[in-house]
Design a protein. Structure first.
Length: 242
């Protein structure tokens, strides 16, 4: 019996970044990897909002589905799972977090994201792609992964990414730390061995989630699905009931 799996990409990526993962999945899976609002072919779609993304995901398939998300896509996947509890059967979250719990820190991040969005709107997409590649959690990517990620960023527009920062950024979305106990479905928290920051976050999340386990991928950094797509596909393909 086939199973639909929806894969949500990270900020500045597109749905195409999942291709190497979906090619490794068994034939029983039907992957859906949309470009999120503000990105790729959805660069001009408005509003770029959490409600809009949840609606887009809900419309991708009529029945239940497994949900996978990377970084920003992982944070959004948690929101989708809480909004659609009867539809999402399991979660695979890669380098993800539930957001910022402290209201003051979240307000500071929202202001910082808004300033960055303003700067993005003055740049070409090539200029911003180069700048974003220097983000600390991405700076140690292998050359081939860095090149592929750069090419993906060029598929978006400055205006679209600015809108995504304002509407879907870490500061824009509410924290879900106090709601993790509501996520009763199986959750795999996938992190790269080199990604110390998000490994610590995954351990904290696992302690709060009812049915979670941390999966550390040897040798990988933050973007595990780009560095080791076969490992991510294998985790998605595992059948979990708890």
């Amino acid at each position: 019996m086939s199973e639909t799996v929806v894969l949500l990409h990270g900020f500045t990526n597109t749905g195409a970044t999942w291709r190497a993962v979906t090619e490794e999945l068994p034939q029983r899976y039907r992957p859906r990897s949309p470009d999120l609002r503000g990105h790729g072919v959805a660069s001009d779609r408005r509003p770029v909002s959490l409600a809009g993304v949840i609606g887009d995901v809900a419309a991708l398939t009529a029945g239940p589905f497994a949900l996978v998300g990377y970084s920003m896509g992982g944070r959004l996947a948690l929101h989708v799972a809480l909004a659609l509890p009867d539809r999402v059967r399991r979660l695979v979250l890669i380098g993800a977090s539930p957001g910022l719990a402290d209201p003051g820190e979240r307000a500071e991040r929202r202001a910082a994201d808004d300033r960055l969005a303003g700067e993005v709107e003055t740049m070409t997409i090539e200029q911003f792609a180069e700048r974003w590649a220097q983000t600390p959690v991405l700076a140690d990517q292998p050359p081939a992964v860095r090149a592929a990620a750069h090419a993906e960023r060029l598929r978006s527009t400055p205006d679209g990414l600015a809108a995504a920062l304002r509407g879907l950024g870490t500061g824009a979305l509410p924290s879900l730390w106090d709601r993790l106990g509501e996520v009763a479905i199986p959750v795999d928290l996938v992190v790269g061995e080199r990604d110390a920051k998000f490994r610590a976050t995954a351990e904290r999340m696992a302690a709060a989630l009812p049915a979670a386990r941390v999966r550390i991928v040897a040798g990988a950094g933050h973007a595990v699905h780009l560095e080791d797509p076969a490992a991510v596909a294998a985790i998605i393909a595992e059948r979990r009931t708890s």
